[in-house]
Design a protein. Sequence first.
Length: 98
Amino acid sequence: REVDFWLVPEPKWLDAKYPEEAKKVGRPCVALVSTDEMWITFMKLRLDRVLRVNLGAVEAEEALAVGGEIPESFAKPDKWTAPYTPYSAGWWNAFLPK
């Protein structure tokens, strides 16, 4: 299956087109952009702290415009409580816009 979603660090369109919604978003942030509406609804229900914005008929270049970078490393919690093993840094690189 062809990749139909991308992670967009600090999306440029958030502040430019949706300033009121942008005020509700903690920073740094990442947008999960997809062409599959059913899948994006599925993901919204499974992710924490989600703001859903319908970009409408914007060009892919605008929807995938990166305004910042994902930090290379994150502070690891003292105690891992998630029911899965921690991911390695950089796993997200495969899903960044090219």
